[in-house]
Write a protein that binds this ligand. Structure first.
Ligand code: ADP
Ligand code: MG
Length: 686
C-alpha cells in the first residue's frame, strides 16, 4: 500500500463492512478508509479509573464502585427504582425510570456494583440516571479513554470503534502524508491515533478542553483546509467576468445631495473601494464591516444607484422580514425621488401580488429588490442582475451566497457581491475565515453621536427601572423593553413579551405601550413600528426581532431583560437600537443574580465600551457559548476538531503557511482540503 491508499481504498474492504453498513457509512460521508479516521470523536469518557464518591462533581461522567445499601421502588412524580450505593467516602443514588422485575431482583441481590454514568443533582442528592452497571468490582479498568463519536447513523459506538481500530492498524503501515504544517506538535498520524485511542497517560483535562497538542495539530490543518478552500473559491470567482459599471453619475450626486448629511471619511473611503471594484470587470466580493449605526446602508444605497445608472438591477437580502422591511423603507425613501423603482419580496408576498412583483423583476421595471431568502427561490428571475447586497452575513451560509450569485449568471458573467455585517469580526478571523472576500471597514460613527451609557442592574431593582422608563418618556423620549429567553423559541419569547406588556401597561398607565414579536403578522409588525416611529407609542416591548436594523433616533432608553443569558454580539446589536440620535442614550441591563463568571465579564465589557471591535475581541477572549460566530453562524461551517474561537490563535500562522503552499506545493493543499472536506460542495469541486 502506498501512502495515499487509505484515501483511495473503499470502506467495504474492512472486515465486517457489508452493503448495509456501507450504506450507513456513506450517510456520514464515509466512503474510504481515511474518512473513518477523520470522523473524529466528539468527546471522551474516562473509564480508566474509579472515582471516590466524595470527589464527584455534578456533570461528570464517572466510574464509581460501592456497596448496595438499599434498592427500593420510589413513588415520586414518576415511579422509579432507586439504588443507594456507598463507598468509603460517600453515598450516591442510581435511579432507573424503566426497569423490569428481573432487573430489580438482580440489583437487590447485588452486594457491590461498578457503574458508569453522568452525575446529576436529584431529589436524593447526587444521582446517576440509568447508569451502565455490572455486579462485580475490582476487574481491570479500561487502559485508554473511551472516544464517543458524533452521530453514527445507527452504527453503535463499539462497532464504530472496532472499525477505527482496523483502520488505525493500516495507518501504522501506510501513514498519511504529513506536510509538516503546524510543525511544533505531533505529526498528523500520531495526532489521529492519539485522538481515537488516547493512552491512559494522556492529559485528560487538555483533551476535554480541546487543548491537547494532537487536537491542536488537527485543528490547525482543518482550519487551513477551510481557509484554502475559500482561497480556491476566490480564484474560481476571479475566472468569471462581472458587469463593468460606469463611474457614479448624476443620480448618485443627487442622492448624496438629498441625504441631509455628508458622508464620513470612512464611508467615502469604502465607497471608493466599491467603485474601484465594480468598474473593472472582475467580480467584486467585498465584506463591509461597520458597527451598528455607522452608515453601511447609505453606502449600499449609493452602490445600488450606481448599478442602476449602469443599467443593472440590485438585489438586497436581509436575514429577517423586519430587517428586509426596514431596508425597503430606507431604500425606497432614498431611491423613489430619483425615479428608481424599489420592490420587496419575502416569503409572505403571495398570489397575484407575487406574480406581479416577479414579472416586474423579470421585465426590468423593478430596479432594486429587497427581500429575505425568498430571493433565492427558483421562480425569481432577474432581467439584468448586477449587484447583490447581503446584510448580516452570519446568518447565511456560503451556499446561499453562491445561490444568489447564480441568479445573475449569464454566460461567463456573475453579479458583484457586497456583504454587510454589523457584527465586527476580529481581524485575524476576517483574514482567514473570509478569505474569499476583500474587507472594507467603516471605523467611524457619524458625527454628533454620544456613546450609550450602560448600567447593569439586578432584577430586584426592576421597580426603579420602570420608574426610569416613566421619567424618560415623560421628557418626550421613547424606550424599548426587550424580553429575551435562552431558548430559541419564538413562541416562548413572544409569550414572555406579552406578559411583560401586561405588567408594564399596569405599572405605567400614563404611557402608550406597544408590543412587537416574531409571532405577529407582517402587517401587525409594520403597523406597530409605524406607531413607534411616529412617536404615538412611548414604549415598545419587543423580543429580539428588533435586534437588527430598526432605526428610531428618538428612542434613547433600552432595557434588556435576562441580559446575563445573551452573548456579547447580541447585546451589542440590541444596544445599537439606541444612541442613534443626538440625545444621550441609556441602556439598562437587567439580570438575575447570582451572575456566573462569564456573564459577569460580558456585562462589564458592555458597561465599559461601545466599540464593536473591542467587544468582538473581548468576545474572542471570553467566549461564551454560541457567541460571535457560534450559533448565529448556523447554516455555515461546522468544524470537526477546530473551534474558530478557541483556536483563533492558530489563524495568522496557518494563513501564511497555506499561502506559501499554494505557491510551492498546490497538490499538498488539495490533499489537505480533500481529506477534511466533509461538507461544502464548493470544497468538493477542488
Ligand atoms: P448601519 O446600517 O451601519 O447600522 P445606517 O446606514 O442604518 O447604519 O445609519 C444609521 C443612521 O445614521 C441612519 O439614520 C442614517 O441615515 C444615518 N447616517 C448614516 N450616515 C450618516 C452620516 N455620514 N452622517 C449623519 N448621519 C448618517
Ligand atoms: Mg443597518
Amino acid at each position: 500500500m502506498g501512502p495515499s491508499q487509505l484515501t483511495s481504498t473503499p470502506v467495504e474492504t474492512l472486515k465486517g463492512v457489508g452493503p448495509a453498513l456501507g450504506e450507513k457509512l456513506v450517510r456520514l460521508g464515509i466512503t474510504h478508509l481515511a474518512d473513518v479516521l477523520f470522523h473524529l470523536p466528539l468527546r471522551y469518557e474516562d473509564r480508566t479509573r474509579v472515582t471516590p464518591i466524595a470527589n464527584i462533581r455534578v456533570g461528570d461522567a464517572v466510574v464509581v464502585e460501592g456497596r448496595v445499601i438499599s434498592c427500593d421502588v420510589a413513588f415520586g412524580r414518576r415511579r422509579s427504582l432507586l439504588v443507594n450505593l456507598q463507598d468509603d467516602t460517600g453515598r450516591i443514588a442510581l435511579r432507573f425510570f424503566h426497569f423490569s422485575k428481573a432487573q430489580q431482583r438482580n440489583l437487590a441481590s447485588a452486594s457491590e456494583l461498578r457503574c458508569f454514568g453522568e452525575v446529576r443533582r436529584g431529589s436524593a442528592g447526587l444521582e446517576i440516571y440509568h447508569p451502565e452497571y455490572e455486579k462485580s468490582t475490582g476487574k481491570p479498568l479500561d487502559q485508554t479513554l473511551t472516544p464517543v463519536y458524533p452521530s453514527t447513523e445507527g452504527i453503535s459506538q463499539s462497532r464504530y470503534r472496532a472499525l477505527v481500530s482496523q483502520v488505525l492498524a493500516k495507518l501504522a503501515q501506510t501513514p498519511l502524508e504529513d506536510f509538516g504544517v503546524g510543525n511544533d506538535g505531533p505529526g498528523i498520524n500520531e495526532a489521529i491515533a492519539t485522538l481515537h485511542q488516547p493512552p491512559a497517560t494522556v492529559d485528560v483535562l487538555a483533551l476535554q478542553s480541546g487543548a491537547h497538542p494532537a487536537q491542536r495539530r488537527l485543528a490547525y490543518e482543518e482550519l487551513m483546509a477551510h481557509y484554502a478552500s475559500l482561497r480556491f473559491i476566490r480564484e474560481q470567482v476571479n475566472e468569471y467576468r462581472a458587469p463593468t459599471m460606469s463611474a457614479p453619475g448624476n443620480q448618485c450626486q443627487t442622492l448624496r445631495a438629498n441625504l441631509g448629511f455628508s458622508l464620513t471619511a470612512a464611508q467615502e473611503r469604502v465607497l471608493d473601494e466599491i467603485v474601484d471594484d465594480v468598474t473593472d470587470g472582475k467580480p467584486m466580493l467585498r465584506l463591509l464591516q461597520g458597527d451598528v449605526g455607522s452608515g453601511k446602508t447609505v453606502v449600499a444605497a449609493i452602490a445600488a444607484v450606481q448599478a442602476q445608472e449602469s443599467g443593472f438591477q440590485t438585489a438586497i437580502m436581509a436575514p429577517t422580514e423586519v430587517l428586509a422591511e426596514q431596508h425597503f423603507l430606507n431604500f425606497s425613501q432614498w431611491l423613489a425621488p430619483l425615479g428608481i423603482q424599489t420592490s420587496w419580496l419575502t416569503g409572505k408576498v403571495k398570489g397575484k401580488k407575487r406574480d406581479l412583483e416577479l414579472a416586474m423583476i423579470k421585465g426590468g421595471t423593478t430596479q432594486v429588490v429587497v427581500g429575505t431568502h425568498a430571493l433565492f427561490q427558483k421562480d425569481v428571475a432577474f432581467k439584468r442582475l448586477g449587484l447583490v447586497i447581503i446584510d448580516e452575513q452570519h446568518r447565511f451560509g456560503v451556499h446561499q451566497r453562491l445561490a444568489l450569485r447564480e441568479k445573475g449568471n449569464e454566460g461567463n458573467q456573475i453579479p458583484h457581491q457586497l456583504v454587510m455585517t454589523a457584527t465586527p469580526i476580529p481581524r485575524t478571523l476576517t483574514m482567514s475565515m473570509y478569505a474569499d472576500m476583500d474587507a472594507s471597514i467603516i471605523d467611524e460613527l457619524p458625527p454628533g453621536r454620544t456613546p450609550v451609557t450602560t448600567s447593569v442592574l439586578p432584577e430586584s431593582r426592576r421597580a426603579e427601572v420602570i420608574e426610569r422608563v416613566r421619567t424618560m418618556c415623560q421628557q418626550g423620549n421613547q424606550a424599548y423593553w426587550v424580553c429575551t429567553l435562552i431558548e430559541e423559541s419564538d413562541v416562548l419569547e413572544s409569550q414572555a413579551a406579552e406578559a411583560t406588556l401586561k405588567e408594564l401597561r399596569a405599572a405605567l398607565p400614563s404611557l402608550q405601550v406597544g408590543l412587537i414579536h416574531g409571532r405577529m403578522s407582517h402587517a401587525e409588525k409594520t403597523a406597530v413600528m409605524q406607531e413607534f416611529k411616529g412617536g404615538r407609542l412611548n414604549l415598545l416591548v419587543a423580543t429580539t426581532v428588533i435586534e437588527v436594523g430598526v432605526d428610531v433616533p428618538n428612542a434613547t432608553l433600552m432595557v434588556i431583560e435576562n441580559s446575563e443569558r445573551l452573548g456579547l454580539a447580541q447585546l451589542h446589536q440590541l444596544r445599537g437600537r439606541v444612541g442613534r440620535g443626538t440625545g444621550t442614550s441609556y441602556c439598562l441591563l437587567l439580570y438575575h443574580p447570582p451572575l456566573g463568571e462569564l456573564s459577569k465579564r460580558r456585562l462589564s465589557v458592555m458597561r465599559e465600551t461601545n466599540d464593536g471591535f473591542v467587544i468582538a475581541e473581548e468576545d474572542l477572549r471570553i467566549r461564551g457559548p454560541g457567541e460571535l460566530l457560534g450559533s448565529r453562524q448556523s447554516g455555515s461551517v461546522q468544524f470537526r476538531v477546530a473551534d474558530l474561537i478557541r483556536d483563533s490563535d492558530l489563524l495568522p500562522r496557518l494563513k501564511v503557511e497555506a499561502d506559501a503552499l499554494f505557491q510551492t506545493d498546490p497538490d499538498a493543499i488539495k490533499t489537505i482540503i480533500r481529506r477534511w472536506s466533509n461538507l461544502p460542495d464548493t470544497m468538493a469541486q477542488v
